[in-house]
Design a protein around this ligand. Structure first.
Ligand code: BV8
Ligand code: ZN
Length: 252
């Protein structure tokens, strides 16, 4: 922790990459850990365009359930410490998240408070946002309808413009990421001399390569995780433990 805190203190520019582990202590299930989402489901059944084409009702049932879960969750001390780093820390910081739960945005608003400007702590959401709908036909975006009726295909939400089925505005496997968003993430990572990676299994690309961009331009990587990952070999420091306590301690 001492070495990690020294790296944070001497960093000129910081990029942060978070994964499901940063939201675990908020009660949002991770994908691959114990109790992970993919214990009870299989990614190719749900998080793919072909799954949606084959059985949009089943895919919507999974996302509606996750939306309900996330609505009950609140940012945890790790989200809040990262928002404080980005809003009032001494070092220019860019937050990048693979998560679609919107908890970093909520932490930014909590930390900025009434009348404050939270935008500097809004993350680049490289995999989209579960609470936003996108039209599967014309691409129109809308804030999610509160309740999605997943009783049958006929009751699924449809676009008011072109009447095609709406889908959650997230990036599925086999889909390309928004080039502006992932491009900004890699740009920030190249410019940074420190990449702080919190709670990702570092298995899903291209997001998992963001820390490499910092390392390739001579920067350092600090990893916070319960266990080693493919990134551990390239990290200057790996802090093993829960993000909710390690991240506030690291950034205090
Ligand atoms: C792309 C959004 C170009 C939806 C997600 C074959 C065919 C097609 C594609 C591929 C292929 N082989 C490889 C690929 C590329 C593929 C990929 O990387 N696959 C992997 C699995 C091998 N990537 C893509 O398809 C991407 N698009 O490449 O387009 C293309 C196009 C066509 C063909 C080829 C290439 C799109 C990827 C985006 C997929 N969408 N989610 C949704 O959320 O439903 S991915 C999903 O996994 C989430 O976004 C999540 O963020 C991401 C990564 O998971 P993690 O966040 O790391 O979560 P995980 O549970 O895995 O790990 C949690 C970690 O936290 C653990 O390490 C745990 O120890 C730790 N932890 C737990 N609790 C705590 C903690 N740490 C600290 N404290 C705690 N308390
Ligand atoms: Zn439409």
């Amino acid at each position: 922790m001492r070495r990690a805190r020294a790296l944070v203190a001497s960093a000129r520019r910081i990029v942060v990459l978070t994964g499901a582990g940063v939201s675990a202590e908020s009660g949002v299930p991770t994908f691959r850990g114990q109790g992970g989402l993919w214990k009870s489901f299989r990614p190719e059944e749900l998080a793919t365009p072909s799954a949606f084409a084959r059985d949009p009702r089943l895919v919507w049932e999974w996302y509606a359930w996750r939306r309900g879960l996330v609505a009950e969750c609140a940012p945890n001390p790790a989200h809040l410490a990262l928002a404080r780093l980005a809003l009032s820390g001494p070092t220019p910081t860019t937050l990048v998240t693979q998560n679609v739960d919107g908890l970093h945005h909520r932490a930014a608003r909590d930390v900025a408070g009434e009348g404050g400007d939270p935008s500097a702590a809004f993350p680049l959401e490289v995999h989209g946002a579960i609470h936003r709908d996108r039209c599967s036909g014309c691409g129109a975006l809308s804030e999610a309808a509160t309740e999605v009726d997943v009783a049958s295909v006929r009751t699924l939400p449809r676009c008011s413009v072109c009447s095609a089925l709406l889908r959650p505005d997230v990036v599925w496997f086999g889909e390309v990421l928004d080039p502006d968003v992932i491009g900004a993430a890699f740009h920030a990572a190249r410019e940074a001399d420190l990449c702080l990676v919190v709670g990702t299994s570092a298995l899903v690309h291209p997001a998992a390569s963001v820390p490499d961009a910092t390392a390739r331009s001579g920067g350092s990587v600090i990893e916070v995780n319960l266990e080693p990952t493919p990134l551990t070999g390239r990290a200057a420091v790996t802090l093993l433990g829960e993000a909710g306590s390690l991240v506030p301690a690291l950034l205090a």
